[in-house]
Write a protein of this length. Structure first.
Ligand code: HEC
Ligand code: HEC
Ligand code: HEC
Length: 350
């Protein structure tokens, strides 16, 4: 283990004597029953060394009373591989102005430990630092789409996240360097923790300059999903048009969906003359004149699922994602593709 942190960091005056003291009597007052019983190498390090800067039990607190981020939930906050790298000093600092920017310490290099010690500490975290508020699988990103990522990126800017947290754009860091960098979130966070944090940041970091955004459940999904893509190479987005629903799609069933939801504006034969068309500008598309048969499935999916405004068209073309179930949507697109092949005179043209 390297002790360089002790000498390097003015703002965290941890003397060797204090550390030896902590080593000697591991009961630092922060430890609950479960942790005291654990006497492995991870426990020794955590209780003897790390607890001089981090809290591992008790109530969360304002950063202005702390030396390092609270770690009571350390066993559910991180991806294990990231945690081990962090502990070995293989990650960049998280706080561009230092965790305690108010003390003007600047960027601080964290102490590092050996690989064996990192593994032992991560084991200790996993066994002891759990948080019952953080539920497994409370958010399911297995069907997170590229469009949802884009919504998340919009939220990131619209809700000032960029004002306080740096991300990377074209390889360059952008954003206000107030709080933790988020450009590597996808390799760092356990998604279950991140989701719970997003529901109410103050449950984790009260009175620390944090911010609660007015987001719907879907908004939370978008921003959390977006963060989980950051830093991840070749993130695998869900592509609904390649799903089973589309393989099993049936145009005949789709005709009924079209009648139920689309003819009100687009007309029974897709001529753009449904009863809703009268008051609309721009008018509903005339499907009968469009070669929907040649439209890419992902485009049709996105305009129907996420609505006209998402693809730069009128917001009066509704987003049907919450209304029409996935199989019905696939059936509907199959129907559009077999039915609308372009205006008769243009059919052979473009
Ligand atoms: C001298 C004080 C100090 C000591 C000792 C220390 N840390 Fe830290 N730790 C910090 C600070 C400050 C940060 C914020 C780092 C940054 O700005 O990059 C931090 C960050 C962390 C993080 C990331 C926190 C987050 O989610 O933002 C983890 C995990 C962590 N430390 C674990 C440990 C462990 C385990 C030990 C003992 C082996 C330890 N630390 C010892 C001060 C300390
Ligand atoms: C006014 C500044 C501010 C804004 C705006 C803001 N945050 Fe934060 N954020 C903070 C502070 C302060 C913390 C607590 C951590 C710390 O001590 O810096 C925090 C913590 C976080 C964390 C946890 C960091 C960690 O690893 O412990 C995440 C994730 C996060 N914010 C995401 C967001 C998102 C997403 C938005 C936009 C919806 C946002 N923040 C907007 C200041 C801000
Ligand atoms: C409330 C009226 C309304 C309903 C209901 C409606 N649409 Fe639309 N739709 C529009 C309008 C208006 C446009 C034209 C948007 C523009 O040109 O900016 C449009 C455009 C479209 C387009 C053309 C996109 C393009 O690239 O030209 C498609 C495809 C489409 N709608 C499919 C559907 C389907 C499928 C349904 C039924 C699930 C449906 N619409 C229901 C109003 C509606």
């Amino acid at each position: 283990m390297r002790w360089d942190i002790v000498s390097k960091i003015k703002s965290y005056p941890v003397s060797l004597i204090a550390l030896l003291f902590f080593m000697g009597c591991a009961a630092s007052g922060n430890n609950d029953g479960a942790q005291v019983k654990d006497t492995g190498p991870g426990a020794k390090l955590v209780q003897g060394v790390c607890s001089s800067c981090h809290k591992f039990s008790g109530q969360h607190e304002s950063k202005f009373n702390l030396k390092g981020p609270d770690l009571m939930w350390g066993g559910v906050k991180y991806q294990r591989a990231w945690l081990e790298r962090w502990l070995q000093g293989q990650e960049e600092p998280l706080y561009p102005n230092g965790y305690r920017w108010d003390q003007g310490g600047g960027v601080v290099k964290h102490m590092s430990v050996s690989k064996e010690e990192a593994v032992a500490v991560a084991d200790y975290f996993e066994a002891n630092l759990l948080d019952e508020r953080v539920k497994k699988n409370a958010i399911d990103l297995s069907q997170f789409t590229e469009q949802e990522r884009d919504f998340g990126a919009e939220i990131y800017k619209q809700f000032s996240c960029l004002g306080c947290h740096q991300i990377k754009e074209d390889g360059k860091k952008i954003g206000g360097p107030i709080s933790a960098d988020l450009f590597d979130s996808g390799n760092r966070y356990n998604v279950d923790w991140l989701h719970r944090f997003a529901l109410n940041p103050q449950d984790f970091t009260p009175h620390s300059g944090e911010y609660l955004a007015d987001l719907s459940e879907l908004g939370v999904r978008y921003i959390v999903g977006y963060l989980m893509t950051l830093g991840v190479k070749d993130y695998k987005f869900y592509e609904p048009w390649k799903s089973e629903y589309f393989q099993k799609a049936d145009a005949t069933r789709g005709a009924t969906v079209y009648k139920n939801y689309c003819t009100q504006c687009h007309g029974v034969e897709g001529k753009g003359d449904g009863p809703g068309a009268a008051g609309l500008d721009p008018k509903p598309a005339v499907h009968a004149d469009l070669p929907l048969s040649d439209y890419p499935e992902d485009y049709l999916y996105n305009v129907i699922y996420y609505g006209g405004k998402t693809v730069g068209k009128s917001p009066n073309m509704p987003d049907w994602g919450l209304t029409i179930p996935p199989q019905d949507l696939a059936d509907l697109i199959a129907y559009l593709k077999v039915t609308f092949k372009g205006a008769p005179e243009e059919a052979s043209g473009s």
